[in-house]
Design a protein around this ligand. Structure first.
Ligand SMILES: C[S@@+](CC[C@H](N)C(=O)[O-])C[C@H]1O[C@@H](n2cnc3c(N)ncnc32)[C@H](O)[C@@H]1O
Length: 210
């Protein structure tokens, strides 16, 4: 049987027991298996490292898969702040980050991300890399907050901009689809951003805050 491009490229990289353990935990606990794709995780590591990011912010932690990928790209004195609605997910994500060796550079903030983002802004916190991967209805709100929380030159990345094809299907008019379409339009046109949309995986948006 012919391999998919994902299978082909994933097969070129050495096994990754840390990330495999995160996936096992997700299965064992019956959590949704909605972590970023392995190749997207590698891209997050690369973006973090190549941008020289020291302060990273993730919106939507789940079990810590993308958190580990981002933490891998941070310098030793870097820090990942991870926002997660569910306390049990946040606890697991932190435990997995600690098991991967990043316990000392990871912090978790539990609660609705919009509230957490307001508090971070009030506290004057600023970030070099922001990864958006939580409830799709709020993507545009997250983007606005991300821009306000970004240092100039900061990288913003977001997952699921294709919503498994629903974004492209004009019959689909649900709140998540409408929100993601508007998010995608703003990413492409906002003069505050230098941006790209990639039709890889479930669609990913990349931007740099000018
Ligand atoms: C797609 S998963 C994140 C996957 C993770 N980034 C990864 O790749 O490993 C989305 C996460 O966002 C969380 N979430 C959903 N709504 C949220 C909200 N309003 N505030 C904070 N987190 C939220 C969910 O509980 C879930 O863990």
């Amino acid at each position: 049987m012919e391999k998919t491009p994902d299978d082909y490229f994933d097969g070129l990289f050495p096994p990754d027991p840390m990330l495999a353990k995160v996936k096992e935990e997700i299965q064992k606990r019956g959590m949704p298996d909605i972590s970023v794709a392995p190749g997207y995780g590698r891209l997050l590591t690369l973006l973090t490292a190549s941008s020289g990011a020291k302060r990273a912010l993730e919106i939507g932690a789940l079990a810590g898969y993308s958190g580990i990928c981002i933490a891998r790209g941070l310098p030793e004195d870097g820090r990942l702040t991870s926002l997660e609605l569910r306390p049990d997910y946040a606890e697991l994500a932190l435990a997995n980050l600690a098991a991967a060796g990043y316990g000392d550079r990871a912090e978790s903030i539990v609660g609705d991300a919009l509230g957490s983002l307001s508090r971070l802004e009030e506290e004057g916190r600023r970030f070099d890399l922001i990864f958006i991967d939580a409830d799709k209805e709020n993507y545009l709100n997250y983007l606005e907050r991300a821009i306000r929380l970004a240092h100039p030159g900061a990288v913003i990345a977001a997952d699921n901009t294709l919503l498994r094809g629903r974004t492209l299907n004009s019959d689909k008019q649900g709140p998540a689809v409408l929100a993601v379409r508007e998010f995608n339009r703003v990413i492409a046109t906002d003069p505050r951003l230098l941006s790209a949309h990639l039709p890889a995986y479930d669609g990913l948006a990349l931007a740099m805050v000018r």
